[in-house]
Design a protein around this ligand. Structure first.
Ligand code: NAP
Length: 320
């Protein structure tokens, strides 16, 4: 089978398409014929060797894929060959034609969701779901600012917030992104590349501030976010690429909080809750992943460059 291999940490050019033996599922494992693999920003941090989790080399990147069960190992009960699934992590890596996964790492992919869309489920939707339900404990009567709503996590967060009944403000940095965020359900959209947009957001809340901010770039926005919060507001830090200084008084005055998480640190109970919520939403049509671009597996290096560039419009996926 063909798979992307990383033999040394480095730039996108270390992603090499190679021919490797197709693995065989052991007890409790399944073999998935991957049709599409999702490209997430953390895949690039891991490839560069700068992420908290450093895989042993060589490795095949990717946790998010969608495909069909090809074969099952002993004692597997949850799925059978021919079932459509999305993966939430794998054993051997998602940027490949086939991947081994544990039985618990594969989940039903409803018929109406394409493989390209299914590759954009786990990290983006799992993160957005955890941020809104578990971390922010959002309520329908609240307002949420999805700060960076045009990308994978942001567009997922807009759809989930809409299904929960919240009032949604979103931001994007291009007209294409702004149109997408509106289309996916935000009530008002602002351009985070324009000076003064935070004042426009505050004005849109009538000076009250927002209850929840889902932050995709905390090292740039956190200090200003704290000033945008309503009483008892909370910032949920999802993305961060550096350091920033804040004035804690902004939190004190508002009885507010800022908290963060990584999807890798959630509990098994939270993960079960997330998949139940996501599969229900994918089935009933409230959740519908937005695919920005499909590239062949051989162009993984290009995908790694483009996922970090401005102008997001949903997910970049690799077709295997
Ligand atoms: P993505 O698809 O590349 O999207 C990036 C988003 O950030 C886009 O909406 C982009 O908007 C926006 N952005 C750019 N400049 C911004 C600014 N100044 N202010 C606010 N937003 C800005 O990435 P993603 O998959 O959605 O992930 C977003 C971030 O969360 C990444 O840093 C990722 O590593 C992190 N993340 C963390 C977890 C976790 O477990 N904590 C899980 C998933 C992702 P434009 O392109 O329109 O400017």
């Amino acid at each position: 089978m063909k798979a992307i291999l990383v033999h040394a940490f480095g730039g996108p050019e270390v992603l090499k398409l190679e021919e490797v033996p197709t693995p065989k599922p052991g007890a409790g494992q399944v073999l998935v014929r991957i049709h599409a693999a999702g490209v997430n920003p953390y895949d690039t941090y891991m490839r560069a060797g700068t992420y908290a989790i450093k895989p042993s080399l060589p490795y095949t990147p990717g946790s998010d894929a969608a495909g069909v069960i090809e074969a099952i190992g002993e004692s597997v009960k949850k799925v059978k060959p021919g079932d459509r699934v999305y993966t939430a992590r794998t054993v051997t890596g998602a940027y490949a034609e086939y991947a081994l996964a544990l039985e618990g790492q594969v989940h039903e992919l409803p018929e109406k969701i394409s493989f390209g869309q299914g590759a954009g489920v786990w990290v983006p939707y799992g993160t957005a779901y955890h941020a809104l339900y578990h971390s922010a404990q959002a309520h329908a009567s609240e307002t949420v600012l999805v700060h960076g709503a045009s990308g994978g996590v942001g567009s997922a967060a807009v759809q989930i917030s809409r299904a929960m009944g919240l009032t949604i403000f979103g931001t994007a940095g291009t007209q294409k992104g702004i149109d997408l965020v509106k289309r996916e359900g935000a009530h008002q959209v602002f351009d985070h590349s324009k000076a003064g947009y935070q004042e426009e957001i505050m004005k849109a809340t009538g000076g009250r501030g927002v209850d929840i901010i889902l932050e995709m770039l905390a090292n740039v926005n956190l200090a200003a976010d704290l000033k945008l919060l309503a009483l008892n507001g909370r910032v949920i830090i999802i993305g961060n690429r550096g350091e920033i200084s804040i004035n804690p008084r902004d939190l004190m005055q508002r009885r507010a909080s800022a908290r963060g998480f990584t999807l890798w640190g959630i509990t098994p109970g939270e993960e079960a809750d997330i998949h139940a919520g996501l599969i229900a939403g994918l089935r009933n049509g409230t959740l519908c992943p937005v695919v920005a671009k499909e590239l062949p597996l051989a162009e993984a290096a290009r995908a790694h460059k483009e996922v970090l560039e401005p102008g997001a419009a949903g997910k970049i996926v690799l077709i295997a």
